[in-house]
Design a protein around this ligand. Structure first.
Ligand code: PHE
Length: 390
């Protein structure tokens, strides 16, 4: 990792070339600088650190084969401390101070919205590894595409649709309670898309409960939900909240297997904090360590060799976002933000750890969605489904 001090040292060594350069001479040094803003600390810290590990693996690989266009790739990491304000600040710094050619980040949709605004305004391409809210790449009100923002994951329109079909058609459950964070872009958005698809299938939402971000006592909500006797509680929240919810559900006599979640559950902290309590629960995800895709298995082996543990989906998505960006930098007509953006938009059939990546006209990647089950305190691949939503 390069901190500010060592970056300044590097810049001095380069004859201050990097600091003094404007847009036009970004590629004049012998390093190609990419910025990454992630939640390396704060409540969602495993999202950031797991993603960084995936990016670093991709970085090792690209530099082992000579970098891009004869230049070594350098990734400057910035910690946004899990806040949207810092996401904005850090992206500004990476572009204005560090002259990053492109930006990697963020995981949480709310922070990708903040960072994406800056990238779009400053005409520097951004690749989000795993932000799934539809509006990250396209403004839903105006319908306008954020021309410089891309992602290597599916969207919540697709994820909600797949989760609804899985509950209705595979689990054969017909009555669902929704429990989510009311003001969070990701959580409330995914609850909404699930609801629309589930009702279309003829399912019933028996209670729709949004709680406030930062709440930690869920007992009253859980009792109210229990009173409606749902078959399933759809809880598209991040892992940190899910640990608390699982513990309080046990105290309320709601079995953990009633819960179904989204990709926000993916963290080793969920297993550590509530793995046993959630035995049998399912969630939709980008990948699972035992997913039967050849490229995923190759990635899992390299990741294990470097870090001696199984990669989470965050690491897999981080690896794919970085590998695709480096590939696009190689394909670009020159090393400029504009040319890299054009190359990213032209991506077709790039083979990633999480499947084949084709960037569509909305700058999204259409990919199969994996259903993961919590089994014996582990995440186990259950099935994969393709969304019928866009
Ligand atoms: N999809 C989530 C969001 O958009 C972030 C996330 C991705 C969390 C993958 C965990 C795993 O906010």
């Amino acid at each position: 990792m390069l901190n500010r001090r060592s970056f300044v040292g590097f810049a001095l060594a380069m004859g201050v070339g990097v600091l003094a350069c404007g847009q036009g001479c970004k590629s004049s040094s012998n390093e190609a600088v990419v910025g990454a803003y992630l939640s390396l600390s704060g409540p969602d810290s495993t999202f950031g650190t797991d993603t960084r590990d995936g990016v670093d693996l991709a970085l090792d690989e690209v530099n082992a084969t000579g970098g891009v266009k004869g230049k070594k790739v350098k990734v400057l990491y910035e910690d946004d401390k899990s806040t949207t304000q810092e996401a904005t600040n850090k992206v500004q710094q990476l572009i204005d101070r560090d002259n990053a050619l492109a930006i990697l980040g963020e995981v949480a949709s709310s922070r990708s919205m903040a960072g994406g605004l800056v990238c779009n305004k400053k005409h520097v391409p951004m690749v989000s590894p795993s932000s799934t809210a539809a509006e990250v790449t396209r403004d839903p009100k105006t319908g306008i595409l954020k021309e410089y923002v891309f992602r290597v994951c599916f969207t919540d329109d697709q994820q909600g649709d797949v989760a609804a079909r899985f509950v209705h058609d595979t689990l054969k459950k017909n009555s669902v309670a929704l429990f989510y964070v009311a003001q969070d872009t990701y959580s409330s958005g995914l609850a909404n898309t699930f609801k629309a698809s589930f009702e279309k299938l003829g399912g019933k939402i028996v209670i729709d409960k949004g709680y406030q971000k930062g709440e930690t006592n869920f007992t009253t909500y859980l009792q109210e939900i229990k009173g409606k006797s749902p078959d399933i509680i759809f809880t598209p929240v991040y892992y940190n909240d899910m640990v608390l919810i699982a513990r309080q559900a046990k105290a309320t006599n709601l079995p953990g297997s009633m819960f179904v979640g989204g990709d926000g559950w993916d963290s080793s902290d969920l297993i550590e904090g509530a793995g046993d309590l959630l035995e049998g629960a399912y969630f939709t995800n980008h990948y699972a360590p035992d997913v039967p895709w050849p490229n995923s298995q190759k990635f899992v082996a390299s990741f294990k060799a470097k870090y001696h543990r199984d990669p989470s989906s965050l690491s897999a998505q981080g690896y794919d976002a970085a590998s695709l960006l480096f590939d696009a930098m190689g394909r670009a007509t020159e090393l400029s933000p504009e040319a890299i953006k054009v190359a990213l938009a032209a991506t077709a059939n790039f083979s990633g750890a999480t499947g084949s990546l084709t960037i569509d006209k909305n700058h999204n990647a259409n990919k199969p969605i994996v259903v993961v089950q919590v089994k014996n305190k582990k995440f186990a691949y259950s099935t994969q489904l393709l969304s019928t939503a866009n």
